[in-house]
Design a binder for this molecule. Structure first.
Ligand SMILES: [Ca+2]
Length: 174
């Protein structure tokens, strides 16, 4: 029954994702996925009380549906009470890897929305994910003690505008 409840939750999430995608952005609540220990849900966020490595950390899986294929970046509403509590592992469509899926974020006072960055991606806005129409999975694993994840927001990245024409020059009129 619990499993049915979880899948109903995921289905509801997918529907809200489809609706919100018209705005080219979708919200995934951290507590709305399949959340495995030592992660626990408290007040609408997930966290674990001890620092872990990749294999013994909590594991949370979020299935979502994309109806507009395109490039997306992740933002997350997170809280890190201290410098040792400011990281997770995160990956889309695959199990997170150590160290390339490590997501470290600045220590916060309360919850703050920040880009989801991973090691090995230099952009401060984090990696760009090319996502086609269909179902995808976001997987988060625990790392820092008491790093708190409230919500992930997937935002479509607009395509770059066409390059301006080059080699224009003024020619003499008739
Ligand atoms: Ca939440």
């Amino acid at each position: 029954m619990r499993s049915n409840f979880l899948w109903a939750t995921i289905l509801g999430l997918a529907v809200s994702v489809m609706n919100s995608l018209r705005a080219e952005s979708l919200n995934i609540e951290a507590e709305a996925g399949i959340v495995g220990a030592p992660f626990s849900v408290t007040n609408g966020y997930i966290h674990q009380t001890q620092a872990t490595g990749l294999t013994n950390g909590g594991r949370a899986v979020y299935e979502f549906r994309i109806t507009t294929s395109g490039k997306y970046q992740l933002l997350a509403n997170v809280s890190a009470p201290a410098g040792f509590s400011n990281s997770f592992f995160v990956r889309i469509n695959g199990e997170p890897q150590d160290p390339e899926s490590i997501w470290e974020f600045p220590v916060t006072t309360g919850f703050v929305e920040q880009p989801v960055t991973v090691r090995g991606t230099s952009s401060p806005a984090g990696p760009v994910y090319a996502l086609g129409e269909g179902t995808h999975r976001l997987i988060v694993r625990g790392r820092g003690a008491d790093a708190r994840l409230d919500r992930v927001r997937l935002v479509q990245v607009p395509d770059a505008p066409p390059a301006p024409p080059a080699n224009l020059r003024i020619v003499a009129g008739p």
